[in-house]
Design a protein around this ligand. Structure first.
Ligand code: IMO
Ligand code: MG
Length: 428
């Protein structure tokens, strides 16, 4: 009853969407377990190029269930928009299932995300502005609205009445903003409920039944381990658990069901928003990487911060998740560099820092210690076999493998489904 997880090993945007689309052919269901439409997963295949935020990245395979688990937060407007767009492009979305337990991102969450960020001033997190943090706050505070509530006006109205009264006090008294109207929000929520109703299914049961029938599922991570609420560079994190623990709670899955955990890493580093990034480059090399890799956010269009591969951070993610294999993406972006660097350790205040530190202030002070390796002139772009890679590129991959401490099973050499080297079987 195997489940396989695909999890971001860095600060998000590692190319999880491509990897999930590539692997989904071998499974019966693709499941999102955490995050919301802060994710931006790009899939390029024979049907076109898709930017997915809430819909699981296996959607282009007509036989595969797309499941939105209980741990996800759902902005119905965003989801319905995505479904319409997919429908218009000829993609069948009938196999989408949404957990009735998933929490709903309401209009006041989006508003409060913006107001919270504004009030943080210099300490702003640089969120995606999608209301993710405020939705999880309400889930934890036990005042959230769940997808199931949208289907039941009798349950929704009193809950919303109470919550909105509280939220409006915060919006007006603390932030001097404008209160939202209960009638408007209620009408919107009920309309969403009607549109979503056909998709709302007992996802925990569906997942467990699939596994009991020995069918395979793929757990699609969003964000990345270094953005994990517990394990990331707090407070510059997202409000959910993108790492492996989140897959169990965000789905109602027992850990024994998980047969493999794939860590997805870019061949260099990127980060969007605030927070420390030890290998960040501010020079021409950084600009070159950014332009070549077109490192601009899929969700917000923001410029991504770029830098060399950070092995201590990578190893830390490997340990948090117990990655059984690694996917290295965007190797082709490094084609043509005279040399490439890997951060193999940190120094702060003259001291060696052995581990990715929990103390964010210390991480801010960490200076990378680099190892420089010769680059490669011959392209890796579009390679489909390990033998096609120049020797220096192979040496680079081997070094990353060694430093992170797990074998590379897939190398991505371009955005398309076919631009992939399957080094080792991931899903038998
Ligand atoms: P995918 O799934 C990259 C970042 C935001 C911000 C922080 C908190 O595409 O890898 P939030 O809106 O979640 O409260 O923002 O997390 N962030 C991401 N960065 N990729 C993502 O998702 C991200 N989702 C959130 O930029 O720094
Ligand atoms: Mg993204």
């Amino acid at each position: 009853m195997p489940a396989y997880a695909v999890i971001g090993g860095q600060w998000g945007d590692e190319g999880k969407g491509k990897v999930v689309d590539y692997l989904a052919e071998r499974v019966d269901g693709v499941v999102r377990y955490a995050g919301g439409n802060n994710a931006g997963h790009t899939v390029v295949n024979d049907k076109g190029e898709f930017h997915l935020h809430l819909v699981p990245s296996g959607i282009c395979w007509p036989e595969v269930y797309g499941i939105i688990g209980n741990g996800v937060v759902v902005d119905p407007e965003a989801l319905l928009g995505e479904l319409r767009e997919l429908g218009d492009r000829g993609i069948d979305t009938e196999r989408l299932c949404i957990s009735e337990r998933a929490h709903v991102t309401m209009p006041y969450h989006v508003l409060l995300d913006a107001l919270d960020e504004e009030s943080r001033g210099e300490l702003a997190i640089g969120t995606t502005g999608r209301g993710i943090g405020p939705t999880y706050i309400d889930k934890t505070a036990r005042m959230g609205i769940r997808v199931g509530d949208l289907l039941d006006p009798d349950s929704l109205k009193p809950r919303l009445e109470q919550t909105l009264d509280y939220k409006n006090k915060v919006i007006t008294a603390i932030y001097g903003g404008e209160a939202l109207s209960l009638d408007d929000v209620l009408a919107k929520a009920l309309a969403w409920g009607e549109e979503l109703r056909p998709y709302v299914r007992p996802t925990e049961q569906i997942v467990q039944d699939l596994l009991a029938q020995d069918r395979k599922i793929l757990l699609e991570g969003a964000q990345g381990t270094l953005l994990d609420l517990d394990h990331g560079s707090y407070p510059y994190v997202t409000s959910s658990s993108p790492s492996i623990g989140g897959a169990c709670t965000g789905l109602g899955l027992n850990p024994q069901a998980i047969a493999g955990v794939l860590g997805v890493y870019k061949a260099y580093s990127t980060r969007v928003g605030g927070g420390p990034m030890p290998t960040e480059l501010f020079d021409d090399t950084g600009d070159k990487l950014r332009e070549k890799g077109h490192e601009y956010g899929v969700t917000t269009g923001r410029t991504r911060r770029v830098g060399w591969f950070d092995a201590p951070a990578g190893r830390y993610s490997q340990q948090v998740n117990g990655f059984t294999g690694m996917v290295l993406t965007r190797l082709d972006i490094l084609d043509g560099f005279a040399s490439v660097k890997i951060c193999v350790g940190y120094r702060a205040g003259g001291e060696e820092i052995a581990r990715f530190p929990a103390d964010t202030r210390l991480l801010e002070k960490c200076e990378p210690v680099y190892e420089e390796m010769p680059g490669w002139k011959e392209p890796t772009a579009r390679a489909t076999d390990l033998a096609q890679l120049p020797e220096n590129a192979r040496a680079y991959v081997r070094r990353i493998e060694e430093l992170v401490g797990c074998p590379v099973q897939i190398i991505s050499t371009g955005p398309g489904r076919e631009e992939t080297i399957l080094v080792d079987t991931v899903i038998p």
